[in-house]
Design a binder for this molecule. Sequence first.
Ligand code: RAM
Length: 380
Amino acid sequence: MKKLISVLLTLVLVFGLVACGDKADTKDTEEKEKVEEVVEEKEEEAEDAKVEEADDESENEAPAEPAGEDQIYALITKSAGNPYMERMAGGFEEVVQESGYEAIIKHPAEITAEAQISLINELVAQNVSAIAIAANDVDALQTALQAAMDQGIKVVSLDSSVNAASRNTHIQQAGVQQVAQSLVDSVEDLAGGSGDWAILSATSTATNQNAWIDAMQEIMEDDQYSDLNLVEIAYGDDEYQKSVDQTLALINNYPDLKVICAPTTVGLAAAAKVITDEGLAGELILTGLGLPSEMAEFIGDDAATPYMFLWNPVDVGRVSGYSLIEMVNGELTGVLGEKFDAPDGNTYEVVDDGADGTEIIVGPPFRFDASNIDEWKEVY
Ligand code: RAM
């Protein structure tokens, strides 16, 4: 299309030149011939562009092969290089392959909705059977995901949800309220009930981060927490270096800061390294959601993080795989009240997500401290 527009613009320009020339009465025949030649060339180019465009359109219209017996299950992560996302993808891949189907894992080039939309469009063109997506934005993926569902592709969000109209259901790692309450209690405990604290989040559009932060702020409206002062919500975009820089900025900007709560594994690991390297362990205390394998060296009574929380990311991927396989095989639709028995021995139930959709909750958050970190660092 761009090519066609540029050709048409050139034509307008050339005709404009001819018109101007006429007005100025410079009817030099050589000039005129040259102009006619250019017009001819441009007309030919326009024809070629039209043909190319028609080819493109027919490519888009060509119906892809239906999924049939060769089912393909795709998972789109939030971003590449995040160990949490890699473990989640690993669980998904394992379940899909064990069931005899093909798994595709896609990492967007950037941690944005736009980069995820390109991947969704690719998978729709490929006519995969199902898509699981950890969303970088709650609403922005709607058009692309609805196109997928219109084509019969089953869709779940996992880890970070899309709105209810964009999915069949959401695979929720742990109840939002439960996670938020655990984090709030830890901030209160570690701050000794009063003082400045900050949040170090991932991206500002991540549905899961925002849901936890909103729920935490709501809980903190209670009088019990009135002496705690949230000074800033910083965003490290789930990039290690940016999270390091944001932690350093918080330390510099708030000399009385007592606690940083990072509800992101990337942010927590980066902040723990900074606090340790700056010799601040014990003074500025860290809590949040962390991956035991990344955090083991920073957990303990005298370390940067006395304790933290998480769930098993591998299971989040597994339950997404189980749910999509049920959906593709016509056993599950994602409607409230449905249940299914999974190969892991558990029964999963579709429940109300508290907004206008449904979700399947994987399990409760788990607390990690000096007493159990060595055991769990080997697991995930
Ligand atoms: C990061 C991501 C992910 C979140 C975990 C806790 O890896 O932001 O979405 O669930 O942390």
